[in-house]
Design a protein around this ligand. Structure first.
Ligand code: 6MZ
Length: 360
């Protein structure tokens, strides 16, 4: 896990070999719209948190995580088992606070100016963690980040939160998460996201929670990650505020997606690692972008996937021939796809434009 997966790194070496792209993308002010909190954990933090933890009486072994990433072809089942293992290490209040604080510091360090972090509130009475106490720990992490000592110098990162509804769980769980999101609206929570293993669970069963979220004034993002044309058709008809991934499109769904103008969170490396697409070049991003569809480049799980916004944008430039000018326009357009109220969107747009003035 600590190294780049071999096949991907070879491809990546080609894809982002251009130092020119990396240097430009590093300077670009960036917007992150799809980052899973626990997927952002630093390797060093994970190792530290794992040391001394016993699982079934034995020390936690992280080798499984290393192997999975190195093989580059975890099935969705294996990938989400990996998150189960990770959660056994990180589902503690102080760990969650730390991961939140560090994730924000890492995004700021990479030049992000606005981040929407998503996380699944955990209900683990066995660990002394409730959904509410979990979110209190996240909010404490945000608070600590804004204390100068944790904030990189001159960084000006704005952060909002989405609560993730895990599609592996039932509608009662989804309702409880939605309810908590609504309660935390004045604490920076702007919406909910449907996440988790795309091969498990039915969106239609969780839909009442999404309807309720919408009624409560929350924005909704739905991850449409696997090949499930029937489900994606239903999602499109429901018209979420954003969709995630959308890599597996039939010609009809492609047409419907383009007509819908619903912004798509694009996670290139994530989709290559989990084999949703066979290579960066085969990713439907290129088509969506050339069709003028609203898209935002995101990292998904920057820690687990060993990537960053800078890296993902450099891959976009190198693989799809997207020019630096187009990347500048993409970063400004992303302000419109955030879950901020219109006035704040306009302010973010202005901020991005102002900082672009100095990026050449
Ligand atoms: C779908 C994903 C994901 O919520 O515990 N998650 N869901 N597709 C992905 N693509 C790789 N990556 C992560 O962060 C980890 C959780 O986010 C979701 C999974 O439910 C995972 O357990 P939190 O902070």
């Amino acid at each position: 896990r600590m190294k780049q997966p071999p096949r991907r790194s070879r491809e990546f070496a080609n894809a982002a070999s251009s130092c020119e792209h990396l240097a430009f993308c590093r300077r670009l002010p960036k917007v992150e719209l799809s980052a899973h909190l626990n997927g952002c954990v630093r390797d060093s933090t994970l190792k530290e948190l794992a040391s001394g933890v016993l699982l079934d009486g034995k020390p936690v072994c992280l080798d499984g995580l290393v192997q999975l990433a190195e093989e580059t072809s975890p099935s969705f089942g294996e990938c989400f088992q990996m998150f189960d293992l990770l959660h056994t290490i990180t589902t503690k209040h102080d760990a969650i606070t730390r991961i939140t604080r560090e994730a924000l510091a890492d995004f700021a360090e990479d030049g992000a100016v606005y981040v929407e972090l998503r996380t699944t509130p955990k209900c683990r009475p066995d660990l002394g963690v409730s959904r509410e106490s979990y979110m209190a720990a996240v909010l404490e992490g945000v608070r600590q980040y804004y204390e100068n000592s944790y904030r990189p110098r001159e960084a000006d990162l704005d952060c909002r939160l989405l609560l993730s509804i895990d599609r592996e769980k039932d509608v009662d769980d989804a309702m409880a998460t939605m309810e908590l999101a609504a309660q935390l609206k004045d604490k920076g929570v702007v919406g909910v996201a449907l996440t988790g293993n795309p091969t498990v669970g039915e969106w239609s069963e969780l839909r009442p929670a999404m309807d309720a979220a919408r009624e409560r004034g929350l924005k909704v993002s739905l991850e449409a990650e696997g090949f499930n044309p029937g489900e994606l058709a239903e999602m499109l008809a429901w018209r979420p505020d954003r969709l995630g991934h959308c890599c597996c499109l039939t010609p009809e769904l492609r047409q419907q997606l383009l007509q819908s103008r619903i912004p798509v969170e694009i996670c290139l490396t994530s989709n290559v690692v989990t084999r949703v697409v066979t290579s960066y070049a085969d990713h439907p991003f290129g088509d969506l972008f050339r069709q003028g569809h609203p898209v935002a480049i995101c990292t998904d799980d920057s820690g687990i996937l060993n990537t960053s916004l800078t890296q993902e944008l450099a891959i976009v430039a190198q693989t799809f021939g997207v020019s630096h000018r187009e990347l500048r326009a993409m970063t400004v357009a992303a302000a419109d796809y955030t879950f901020l109220p219109d006035k704040e969107k306009r302010a973010l747009r202005k901020r991005l434009q102002a900082s672009l003035g100095v990026v050449v």
